[in-house]
Design a protein around this ligand. Sequence first.
Ligand code: ZN
Length: 316
Amino acid sequence: MKTTDYLVKSITKDGKFRAYAVNATQLVERAHEIHGTWSTASAALGRALVGTLLLATAGLQGDAGMKVKIQGNGPVGYIVVDGTAHGTVKGYMGNPHVNLPANAKGKIDVAGAVGKQGTLSVTKMAPTDKTPYTGEVNLVSGELGDDFTYYLAQSEQIPSAVGLSVFVNTDDSIEVAGGFMIQVLPGASDAAITRLENTLKNMPQVSDMLRHGATPEDILHKLFGDDLKLLDKMPVRYECDCSKQRFARALESLPIKDLKKLIDEDHHAETVCQFCGKKYEFNEKDLQLLYDKKVADTAADKELAAKKKQAKKNQK
Ligand code: ZN
């Protein structure tokens, strides 16, 4: 299938506004297929995926990664999304089986599913970085677009506007999903900001535009007319990079007695990736290897600690 999903980065010709727009229909459909999300949950997870995609492609360098956690008091519980600067995302949620009636405006009730109270946190981590940076804000609406906007303003001091939109069909499949993000750069005039606010107020929803065949470029032109320089166009997709090795490391971090119990009582272990649903089997032999390595590592650690202690004593 030909992909319709891509993201466009642009800047206004005067360099005062940065604007990104994305069509993420197929990647949100993929998330729906993996997690079996019901309609309102699909929209909540979809908006979180699109929001993270916009934040990650704008705010990360190279191979750095981003983890967005939304913990609201609504029925979906938590939502976790990982994103990269390369336009890949993956995510999961506490309860994917949430289907609520439309809200008072006749729209899908994402705030009802997420909850109006709670937190949104964003952790950025470079591959070599041992101390990740985390910013956290309280939810302001639970609709998620406003919450990402508030995060950028409060935690990163970037005045911005984030619009996130998912249209779910009656059979729970995703008709369209996408969004935009505008960041106000230093030197933007009050008049230009007011003009933008008016444009945003009168603009149709992103899902309406996408359903009528608009491209990410069309959305950007709707926002800023021809006053734009397109900087980059990149594919986006739902991608999980899990591996048996990664789950082996997780098993290895279990206490020795728990590993021993897995071997003696269960004779195998099965792990399931929360992001993509892939299963990994560890047979008794796999587990025994992990156990032997853990025992050897622990012995080596003890020896090293004893040596350090002895060296300290000798110094005194
Ligand atoms: Zn996976």
